[in-house]
Design a protein around this ligand. Structure first.
Ligand SMILES: *Cc1c(COP(=O)(O)O)cnc(C)c1O
Length: 545
């Protein structure tokens, strides 16, 4: 038993030696892999594209270890969770001999991968209420090499009970209990990654396709005991993580990007709640099942009429009637996409007002910034630039401007505040401009007068033509780590990307108050300028802004 998991692997895999892809490493002159010495055209951005990558690229593996909270030795990274499933089959199931256990309706690729490998398939269907059939599973499980569970389950959206999973792990030492957690990020319950140390026969699959928006990039992992991972890496192809994939995943998991993901997750969860409620009112829908994922399962008693209505709106949902009578699955889209879907279900609002939302991700050598603005909502406001006073000013700008702002910046503050302040202003201006869209119905102009004992006189025109004038002097040159001269520079950069004329005239005796009055004054002037209470027309005699 010391030799576990070789004892449960296909004998061929246990016995074979690992394919050796490349001998030399590091900064050596590489004449060992018959690669081209030339970067492919266009050479710009082709970082080492002419060189084979590592099977498991070290920098990305370190990032994933952080993301999932496990050692790198417990991770196999491949082309999606799909590849992890395929590798499990090819490592542990001999054709015609070994079996897998699946619980339909569930993720279809478990069965497909088993069929391709020629493994036997034991099916223990879910109960009518979509819970797992515990007794039947525990009876069948010892006969299966791989027990595929999906939690939250696709397509039903529910999660597995911990005691069933524990029992399977404890009573089937010669099986691997595979929990596919492709939708774990959307669940309110803890997943099972934290319990890998407890059960050496537990395998978890996770994906970057769903919560991190990388379905087109192909990246996902198996997380398991290091000995299981070592066996799986023997079967994994030599170069499953292309360099452009590593680049895209690394960018999508930057600190600033993580804050965008968090904002999107919040939005998806609130949209899920909205859809669950509103869908239930549709004449096409019988039962809506509670979901812990980014989709909702429901049954329709009037499927043909529903599908015709959806087709009229060009909306496509997933039909599972071949698995269970009347069963369908709808993915949670963006708020405006969901509005279209609900209209097709006959439960939409008569008139849709498109919410003004924009996201910017801007990464340079100096700063990594994400911005999300929602002009028609006043919360949340979450700012983190690493500069306390600047956070405070941006909070004031959003609060008094009446818009929701999430801004995260990881900048080169060890040099100084300049890049952080300037780049945040540029990214914020760009996001606000994008959210304003065609500017139909907005106020365009904003004016404000006094603030505190300090006076800030601010005028704003969202004309599309950038300009900025700042009249004022600062008694001291810093507030905390924030250089006073960056205050006018912030508004100059903001005006540039927002396409606004901003005029500020401020006087007072205290630098903190002068800067604060400037930010609040601009915010108060932006509020009526952004306000969409002027009908549909673009506020210009030219008809465009
Ligand atoms: C979408 C999905 C996958 C596929 O993940 P990739 O990483 O894109 O291959 C795996 N498992 C389940 C349950 C899924 O729904």
């Amino acid at each position: 038993m010391n030799d576990w998991p070789n004892t449960i692997a296909r004998p061929t895999i246990a016995a074979m030696s690992t394919y050796s892809a490349r001998g030399a490493s590091g900064d050596a002159l590489h004449l060992d892999a018959n690669e081209s010495p030339y970067a492919p055209p266009p050479m710009k951005g082709a970082d080492n594209y002419n060189r084979y990558p590592a099977q498991q690229p070290p920098a990305l593996m370190a990032r994933l270890a952080g993301l999932y909270g496990v050692d790198e030795a417990r991770i196999m990274l491949g082309r999606g969770a799909d590849e992890a499933i395929d590798i499990l089959l090819r490592t542990f199931c001999d054709a015609g001999k070994d079996a897998v256990l699946i619980c339909p309706p569930t993720f279809g690729y478990f069965k497909t991968a088993a069929q391709i490998q020629g493994a036997n398939i034991i099916e223990v269907p879910l109960n009518d209420d979509f819970t797992w059939d515990k007794d039947a599973m525990l009876a069948a499980a010892p006969k299966a090499k791989l027990i595929f569970l999906c939690s939250p389950n696709n397509p039903t959206g529910n999660i597995i009970e911990a005691d069933l999973l524990e029992k399977l792990c404890n009573t089937c030492p010669d099986s691997l209990i595979v929990v596919d957690e492709a939708y774990q990020e959307f669940s309110s319950a803890d997943g099972y990654v934290g319990r890998l140390g407890e059960f050496r026969n537990l395998v978890i699959t996770r994906t970057l396709s769903k919560a991190y928006g990388l379905a087109g990039v192909r990246a996902g992992v198996a997380l398991a005991d290091p000995a299981v991972i070592a066996l799986m890496r023997k079967v994994l192809p030599p170069y499953p993580v292309p360099r452009p994939v590593e680049k895209a995943v690394t960018a999508a998991l930057s600190p600033a990007a993580m804050s965008l993901h968090a904002a999107r997750l919040t939005e998806t969860l609130s949209e899920r709640e909205r859809l669950e409620g509103v869908l239930a009112q549709s004449k096409f829908v019988s039962d809506v099942f509670p979901s812990e994922a980014n989709f909702i399962a429901f049954t329709s008693s009037n499927a043909e009429a529903m599908l015709r209505a959806l087709q009229a709106y060009n909306v496509c949902i997933r039909d599972f009637r071949s698995k269970l009578p009347g069963l369908f699955r709808i993915s949670i889209g963006s708020p405006s996409e969901n509005d279209i879907a609900l209209a097709a279900f006959g439960v939409g609002k008569a008139e849709q007002v498109v919410p003004r939302i924009a996201e910017i991700q801007r990464t340079t050598k100096e700063t990594d910034i994400s911005v999300r603005v929602e002009l028609d909502k006043s919360a949340p406001i979450e700012i983190d630039t690493g500069l306390g006073f600047f956070d405070h000013m941006l909070e004031a700008l959003a609060k008094h401007g009446g818009f929701s702002l999430r801004l995260k910046c990881a900048g080169d503050l060890h040099i100084d505040a300049h890049h952080t302040v300037e780049d945040c202003a540029l990214a914020l201006g760009e996001a606000l401009k994008m959210a304003l869209g065609d500017k139909a119905g907005i106020g365009r102009f904003g004016f404000v007068m006094p603030m505190d004992e300090t006076q800030a006189r601010v005028a704003i025109d969202l004309s599309g033509r950038p300009s900025m004038t700042f009249k004022g002097t600062f008694p001291s040159d810093h507030v905390g780590a924030f250089p006073a001269e960056m205050c006018p520079h912030f508004f100059e950069s903001l005006a540039q990307t927002l396409g606004a004329a901003i005029q500020i005239d401020v006087d007072g005796d205290n630098t903190h108050h002068i800067i604060e009055a400037s930010f609040k004054g601009v915010a108060r002037a932006l509020r009526p300028a952004f306000s969409r209470s002027y009908g549909d027309a673009v506020p210009s005699t030219k008809g465009v802004l």
